[in-house]
Write a protein that binds this ligand. Structure first.
Ligand code: GTP
Ligand code: MG
Length: 500
């Protein structure tokens, strides 16, 4: 797949999602304890290198390596090459059914496969045995044979038995949407936490499916003879595999818990420092990373691929009137985001629910933007509810205005009257977005009148960067400031209030 190159020049920055993720090397601002942009260097950005690396890792058709460790690799690589898509359309109109299959196609391509054909069947519900009805199974088999496909991808999450039966009938590997998304996540994970989260999600997905994957069907298409495919797993092997997977799951959970503590500490540091946080959330490929770049002039990875970003990238920026806040770009959402991923990515997703403001970005050039909006809201609401948190206030932002006609834009304006319209590419609307964000951020609300000695200049700096200065005067005894600040800074200024 050819990737259109991003128009942002990332080459001047050594920043990227991986180098700033919370658990790889981070530069820490000594005063506020939050990440700051690393010093620009001439070297290509890691974002760019990552892109090159990913592109160079595209799968080569016809090659496969035998794998040995079930928990490490065997079940974690799909190795789909030439695929036929199949969907069961149970509700909505035909346009929606086609959009869903088209999205499945993009997911398959992002995972590195070539899409040969797509079939949709209208049914009240999927067939309990084979997902599509028996007539359709034959048709599917014919299409597979005619096109020379090596895999079938179903547009839903199938029960282990459905996968197995369909595989037996069609005689090629069958995977579902969930496995495909998990595979993309596995290819794109780069930080230690990201990798652990994906592995946990994959193992949870594969645990009940171990039999289907380890037994009859070989990992190589068509179930070739010899090699690992014919290892003859039997009950004993299966039991061993299950135990190993369970053990690994427990270990990963423990590791993730540890990483989560680090993340929580960082977040509470930010809270204590009263730096408001803004999270950019949205459907995958909506332009979240592009928006972060446009707003902070940095080089987060932008790619025309689904789930390019898995690790949250935090940048500091400020409002036009000089108040600091953090902006975090995070993992994208998709219709039917596998629940295993939602669970595994919980701590990443909490960056979103714990924010002071949610900038919800939607791709204005998409055919059904309002559906993207509701899928995103559903996931965020679920996580917030589970934590007993209120949903953060949301600002809807329609991106890619450069790619929509004037008529469509007017239509979107009617559909989403409260939204801000921007183009992360052209820069249109970015200034007004900054203004709107500034107005929605929690404001400092404690009025202080203090005489700060010159030896405590750092407090005056904080008043400048965090508070709203009313006036300031240099006297013989220090700086006399009158300002509105947040509670923590008011406490720090307490000794100097009412002096002189
Ligand atoms: N025409 C146009 N394309 C844009 C705009 N913003 C982003 N894109 C493109 O949309 C694609 C996705 O952009 P990203 O910024 O990677 O999107 P994302 O939401 O971070 O995506 P994920 O991390 O994969 O969830 C890229 O090909 C961008 O070049 C825009 O304002 N106009
Ligand atoms: Mg991104």
């Amino acid at each position: 797949m050819n990737k259109p190159s991003s128009q942002f020049s990332t080459s001047q920055f050594s920043t990227s999602q991986s180098s700033t993720s919370e658990f790889s090397t981070i530069d820490t601002d000594p005063v506020e304890g939050i990440e700051v942009d690393p010093v620009p260097s001439q070297a290509p950005s890691t974002g760019e290198m990552e892109r090159v690396e990913r592109a160079s890792l595209r799968r080569v058709p016809g090659l496969s390596t035998e794998l040995t460790d079930v928990t490490e690799v065997e079940n974690r690589q799909l190795r789909l090459e030439r695929v036929v898509l199949v969907g069961v359309w149970t509700e909505g109109n035909s346009e929606q059914a086609e959009a869903s299959l088209a999205e499945l196609g993009r997911l398959a391509e992002t995972a590195g496969s070539e899409v040969l054909e797509g079939l949709v069947q209208r049914r009240d519900r999927p067939d309990p045995a084979t997902y599509v009805g028996s007539g359709k199974v034959r048709e599917l088999r014919d299409v597979v044979v005619a096109t020379g496909a090596d895999s079938v991808v179903c547009d839903g999450e199938l029960a282990p038995g459905q996968l197995r039966q369909l595989e037996e009938k069609i005689q090629v590997k069958v995977v579902d949407r969930t496995a495909l998304i998990l595979d993309i996540f596995a290819q794109h994970a780069s930080s230690k936490e990201g990798k652990a989260q994906v592995e946990l999600a994959q193992l949870q997905y594969f645990l009940p499916r171990l039999r289907g994957w380890g037994a009859k069907m070989s990992r190589q298409s068509g179930g070739g003879s010899g090699g690992v495919g014919n290892r003859g797993p039997g009950e004993t092997k299966l039991e061993t595999d299950r135990r190993r997977v369970h053990k690994r799951i427990t270990k990963l959970r423990k590791e993730l818990e540890g990483m989560r503590t680090i993340r929580d500490t960082k977040r509470s540091q930010r809270v204590a420092n009263a730096v408001p946080s803004v999270a950019i959330a949205g459907y995958t490929n909506a332009g979240k990373s592009s928006l972060l770049n446009a707003m902070t002039n940095t080089g987060a990875l932008v790619e025309d691929a689904l789930f390019a970003t898995l690790d949250p990238t935090t940048r500091r920026t400020s409002t036009p009137d000089g108040r600091n806040y953090t902006l975090v770009d995070t993992v994208g959402f998709v219709r039917h985001l596998p629940h295993q991923l939602v669970e595994a990515f919980r701590s990443t997703l909490e960056e979103v629910t714990g924010a002071d403001l949610l900038v919800h970005i939607v791709d204005g050039s998409d055919a059904t933007p309002h559906e993207q909006v509701s899928s995103v809201r559903d996931v965020i609401r679920d996580i917030a509810e589970e934590h007993g948190q209120p949903m953060p206030p949301e600002l809807l932002v329609v991106n890619k205005t450069d790619a929509v006609s004037a008529t469509r834009r007017a239509e979107l304006g009617r559909l989403m009257p409260s939204a801000v319209f921007v183009s992360a590419h052209g820069g249109e609307g970015i200034d007004s977005l900054r203004e709107t964000i500034a107005n929605l951020l929690p404001r400092p609300d404690v009025f202080v009148d203090a005489l700060v000695p010159y030896t405590r200049g750092e407090l005056v700096s904080r008043v400048h960067s965090e508070g709203e200065l009313v006036d300031e005067e240099y006297t013989a005894d220090g700086t006399h400031v009158r300002a509105k600040v947040r509670v923590d800074l008011a406490h720090a200024l307490e000794p100097f209030v009412g002096v002189g």
